[in-house]
Ligand binder design. Structure first.
Ligand SMILES: O=C(O)[C@@H](CO)OP(=O)(O)O
Length: 248
């Protein structure tokens, strides 16, 4: 059987994306625009005859709800679903709930970029038990130690073993796999797939709500390096908008 097809989808715009707040593991809702993006993503899947056999999502409602909207629009609402915390967004530590523009103004461009896009420098840890910490959240009771902050390297360390054990196996079995997750958890996966260096990953940004298709060889290496967005123009505009967050 030939190797399956991978489709990555970042959730649609969330309420905290719209407010320009660092989000991480805070479980915020989609905006009306985000709901529309989820539906549009499903229409794109249908138009491109890219119909998933199985869905993987994080445990966060913005990814779960985006995937449900997309699959409903693509008439694939019935496929099996696997949800796992290892697909969660990067934990943003003490920055969770803080405004990006204010953080940039307060700490300066370099520190802001270091926290936001460096590979191995995590933001300061969030205080356990504080409003935007997940350390006492029953949702994560069985995962051992809930992170108090993460850099992208930490996400790679939790996500890639999971990828090897689960998603890869479905791809090797020839399935079309939809992974609905987050800006930074998908950056970790794209880094692994495309072999992007620790430095170059800083300039890779994933737009909300646009399916990104990867065709993989038998070693699960991309045949189309960087993948192919189903709406390339909207994806370029969306990625540029993510890159410039914090500017205002
Ligand atoms: O706030 C976040 O959790 C992420 C994704 O929205 O933001 P950033 O793109 O700044 O890493």
């Amino acid at each position: 059987m030939s190797t399956g097809t991978l489709v990555l989808l970042r959730h649609g715009e969330s309420e905290w994306n719209a407010l320009n707040l660092f989000t991480g593991w805070v479980d915020v809702h989609l905006t009306d625009k985000g709901i529309g993006e989820g539906k549009r993503a499903g229409e794109l899947l249908k138009e491109h005859d890219l119909l998933p056999d199985v869905l993987y999502t994080s445990l966060l409602r913005r990814a779960i709800n985006t995937a449900n909207l997309a699959l409903d629009a693509a008439d694939r609402h019935w496929i099996p679903v696997v949800r796992d915390w290892r697909l969660n967004e990067r934990h943003y530590g003490a920055l969770q709930g803080k405004n990006k523009a204010q953080t940039k103004a307060e700490y300066g461009d370099d520190q802001f970029m270091l926290w936001r896009r460096s590979y191995d420098t995590p933001p300061p840890a969030i205080e356990a038990g504080s409003e935007y910490s997940q350390d006492t959240d029953p949702q994560y009771a069985d995962i051992g130690e809930v992170p108090l902050t993460e850099c992208l390297l930490d996400v790679v360390k939790r996500l890639i073993p999971y990828w090897e054990d689960t998603i890869s196996q479905d791809l090797r079995a020839g399935k079309t796999v939809l992974v609905t997750a987050h800006g930074n958890s998908l950056r970790a996966l794209v880094k692994h797939l495309d072999g992007i260096s620790d430095e170059d990953i800083a300039s890779v940004n994933i737009p909300t709500g646009i399916p990104l298709r990867y065709d993989l060889d038998e070693n699960l290496k991309p045949i189309n390096k960087g993948g192919t967005y189903l709406d390339p123009e909207a994806a370029a505009a969306g990625a540029a908008a993510v890159a410039s967050q914090g500017a205002k």
